[in-house]
Design a protein around this ligand. Structure first.
Ligand code: BG6
Length: 457
């Protein structure tokens, strides 16, 4: 038996707009996700898995699964409506957190997961400096209300993918200049949130939650190696260096100049970034990237969060011939890449890490006797868990592992058919059925992993 450290947080993950539903219940203001036109042939986010109304039943299932931690996000527009505190929305997360604690499950909330209030978006969203203050006010409310019961806070989920895959995530298109100004505002907002958290003397830790992927050079050519460094700087370190070191990454800045996308940075911003940094790093890992030196001068945008992209003059995304791909989205499957990524993070920042997402999206079949035989998911997760264990053996300090997702929910842009959960939710994209919960084979498998604190072999 290959055991994990004592107190390792075996968890699972969701996000508010993808799982909750109740999109206009109890005074909730619409978020950008409620307003966004769904991708053709996929559902909207109005009902999702109806977790808002069934959270007690769901937490019971999480308890049966044996979860030690549950990573979820708080819906900004549920707890604040048009800038005003919404007591009913706040009460929902109070109840959820209390229910989790009562079952011995550590609540790990994300403050913001792709669901900006639509009213802020209408005013320019993150590109508007005023959104920084709105975010800080919102964070203050959360820390005051839940800070006594939370040990790990994440600020922003996948800020880097909001930048590079915004079309898939919130339907936005904007110039690089606007995108990176918005990105800068998010970095400052995050630093200010960490400031009030640390000054508030709360008992826990706070950190960012980007999507981090190691980047391989396509060949042993020095130019391809340089291309990999460029992509890593732009995709990974541009987001983590400010959060951990309090300053921008030099290579990323070099690229922003060439892309005519250098943001306006005030002296006060620089100070705020420098003085307020993260306590730990949460990161989502689905796959690695592979690039070569830029040859064709074409800019390719990321199709979605896990796909590569190309920046003319710096790098272009290539297929990695050594990796199998997922059936649903053609994403490479690279468990060893998880070990590489974790080691890179730890070597660079020397902070404890927490995996907040990792998983396989696939269509599942509910059999007539109420079973879901998702061996493909078990294989995927087992391979990644083994590489995480090896990374721990390498010396990486791991807090825990929260695969995506605790329960079926709606994919960011590929509907309900693309399922990730340990628990099956009986609905289709356009047929809500009875939303009944069923335990998948992966549920029983993960239950055993947690009980044994590791994989059998
Ligand atoms: C991550 C997001 O990028 O990937 C999640 O944080 C998302 O919100 C997950 O659901 C899987 O991607 P997708 O597009 O299949 O939902």
């Amino acid at each position: 038996m290959k055991k994990f450290p004592k107190n390792f947080l075996w968890g699972a993950s969701t996000s508010a707009y993808q799982v909750e539903g109740g999109w206009n219940q109890d005074g909730k203001e619409p978020s950008v996700q409620d307003i966004r036109k769904p991708v053709p042939d996929t559902t909207d986010f109005k009902v999702a898995s109806d977790h808002y109304n069934r959270y007690k039943e769901d937490v019971k299932l999480f308890k049966e699964l044996g979860l030690k931690a549950y990573r979820f996000s708080i819906s900004w527009t549920r707890v604040m409506s048009h800038g005003k505190v919404n007591e009913k929305g706040l009460a929902f997360y109070d109840n959820l957190i209390n229910e989790l604690l009562a079952q011995g499950i550590e609540p790990i909330p994300t403050v913001f997961h792709f669901d900006l209030p639509f009213s802020l978006q209408a005013e320019g969203g993150w590109a508007n400096r005023a959104t920084i203050d709105a975010f800080v006010t919102y964070c203050q409310l959360l820390f005051e209300r839940y800070g006594d019961r939370v040990n790990y806070w994440q600020t922003i989920n996948e800020q880097n993918m909001l930048v590079f895959a915004s079309r898939a995530l919130d339907g936005k298109t904007a110039s690089w200049k606007e995108v990176f100004q918005g990105n800068h505002h998010m970095l400052v907002a995050q630093a200010k949130a960490m400031k009030i958290y640390h000054e508030g003397g709360y008992p826990g830790k706070i950190g960012p939650a980007p999507n981090i992927a190691c980047v391989y050079p396509k060949s042993e050519k020095p130019e391809d190696m340089l291309a990999a460094e460029y992509m890593s700087a732009l995709r990974n370190w541009l987001f983590l260096d400010p959060a951990v070191y309090g300053r921008y990454n030099h290579l990323a800045m070099r690229m922003l100049k060439a892309m005519d996308a250098v943001p306006e940075i005030t002296a006060e911003d620089e100070q705020v970034l420098k003085e307020n940094t993260a306590d730990f790093i949460a990161f989502n890992y689905y796959n690695s990237m592979t690039v070569a030196a830029s040859k064709n001068g074409k800019q390719n945008d990321a199709k979605d969060q896990q796909s590569g992209f190309s920046i003319p003059g710096f790098f272009q995304t290539e297929t990695n011939q050594h990796l199998p791909i997922t059936e649903f989205s053609n994403w490479p499957i690279d468990p060893v890449g998880l070990r590489v990524t974790a080691n890179q993070l730890y070597e660079r920042y020397h902070l404890p890490v927490l995996i907040t997402e990792n998983g396989l999206g696939q269509e599942d079949t509910l059999t007539s006797d109420g079973k879901i035989h998702d061996n493909y998911r078990i294989e995927y997760l087992a391979a990644h868990i083994e590489q995480m264990r090896l990374a721990i053996e390498d010396g990486v300090e791991f807090i825990g592992y929260c695969p995506w997702s605790a329960i079926d929910l709606i994919s960011t842009h590929e509907g309900f058919r693309k399922r990730y959960g340990f628990v099956y939710v009986n609905r289709e994209d356009f047929d809500l059925k009875d939303l009944k919960r069923y335990k998948k084979d992966s549920f029983f498998w993960y239950q055993q992993v947690i009980q044994q604190n590791g994989l059998e072999k």
